[in-house]
Design a binder for this molecule. Structure first.
Ligand code: ADP
Ligand code: MG
Length: 329
């Protein structure tokens, strides 16, 4: 049974969401874990990712401002485009790994037609043929904060953690429903708007999934890998990704919103990878008072980072559960 319908069937109204109800939610999380059988296949439907028309931008239409951030393949600048505040990702002209850089540029375009309040809107890009002259991606400007900078600077209260979790799971549900996997989900790639809402960003590692299997095609092995601490054990073992890889990364992100530390800190990367895969090693639970809320929160992120993909909830199931949880807070 779905967690959401269970809660409803037990009529956990606002007044009755007591310690007993928390226990029920906890019990349900474990029951739900046992009942998971198979990865639900993605039903074939026409993906608008296939119908995409590239919205081309002329560089003359963009006014560039200050540098917002820089990574391996490109730098992001503040700018304005058609009277709008925008962020412009400009791919470096020189790259140590040009093939991976091209792949990353193409990956960013997977979300060109996506429209979701919690996903950074991509507005336009330069034509692929002009890649060598410098490739640009123009996005809506989503504010100056990332979830990582928030975690570094302040404690995130229970309400904020649940609200962000709702918005991130909603964004993931939308992305997965449109046959794309993010594959680099982490607090540094989650932007927080001036109004305090989540905007999922950085689709530079994203991949499309096959409609019939829900998996990335085995022939489409990517040159790009996300950040190791957020990578699901099956990916560390070299298996093809499914949407459950993003759920694993979301689990680590939920943990981080509570722990306010970087997962695995300064531990040796190779040792961590080995122990995550071989021994089910995960970041340590923070030492806090485990009130009913925190017990459920711990159960939730623990379930998201389950070793077995089947045990991880889908983004839709997570979103439904969290929405009910929030209603009763
Ligand atoms: N749409 C945006 N609005 C505001 N800032 C952004 C936007 N996109 C990126 N940034 C800033 O640029 C940084 C790097 O962007 P990102 O897409 O994560 O690129 P990278 O591939 O370098 O990690 C982000 O951490 C953020 O600070
Ligand atoms: Mg990034």
């Amino acid at each position: 049974m779905k967690i959401a319908s269970y809660i409803q069937s037990h009529q956990m109204t606002k007044t009755s969401f007591t310690t007993r109800s928390w226990q029920k939610l906890k019990h349900l999380l474990s029951k739900y874990k046992r009942s998971r059988g198979v990865i639900r296949k993605v039903m074939p439907k026409i993906s608008f990712a296939n119908n995409k028309k590239l919205k081309l931008v002329s560089k003359d239409d963009v006014k560039l401002g200050r540098l917002l951030g820089a990574g391996g393949f490109g730098s992001v600048y503040y700018g304005s485009y058609r009277q709008r505040d925008v962020a412009v990702k400009i791919m470096h002209k020189q790259s140590k790994n040009p093939e991976a850089q091209i792949e990353s540029f193409k990956a960013e375009l997977h979300v060109l037609d996506f429209e979701h309040p919690n996903i950074v809107k991509t507005l336009a890009a330069t034509p692929f043929e002009e890649f060598k002259e410098g490739a640009w991606i123009v996005m809506e400007y989503a504010g100056s904060r990332t979830l990582q900078s928030m975690i570094n600077n302040e404690e995130l209260c229970q309400e904020t953690r649940i609200r962000f979790a709702i918005q991130m799971s909603d964004a993931l549900h939308y992305i997965h429903d449109n046959h794309v996997l993010h594959l680099d989900l982490k607090p540094a790639n989650i932007l927080i708007t001036a109004r305090g809402d989540v905007k999922m960003a950085d689709f530079g590692c994203s991949q499309k999934v096959e409609l019939d299997t829900g998996l990335v095609s085995p022939t489409q092995r990517s040159l790009l890998t996300g950040t190791f601490a957020y990578r699901a054990p099956e990916l560390l073992k070299g298996q093809v990704p499914s949407n459950k890889a993003d759920i694993y990364a979301l689990g680590v992100t939920l943990w981080q919103m509570l722990a306010r530390e970087n997962p695995y800190g300064n531990e040796n990367q190779h040792v961590v990878i080995f122990s995550v895969v071989a021994y089910g090693h995960r970041p340590p639970h923070p030492e806090i008072d485990l009130d009913p809320f925190e017990e459920c929160y711990r159960d939730l992120y623990t379930q998201c980072w389950s070793a077995t993909q089947f045990d991880r909830p889908s983004a839709k199931e997570l979103h439904e559960t969290l929405k009910i949880w929030k209603k009763h807070m």
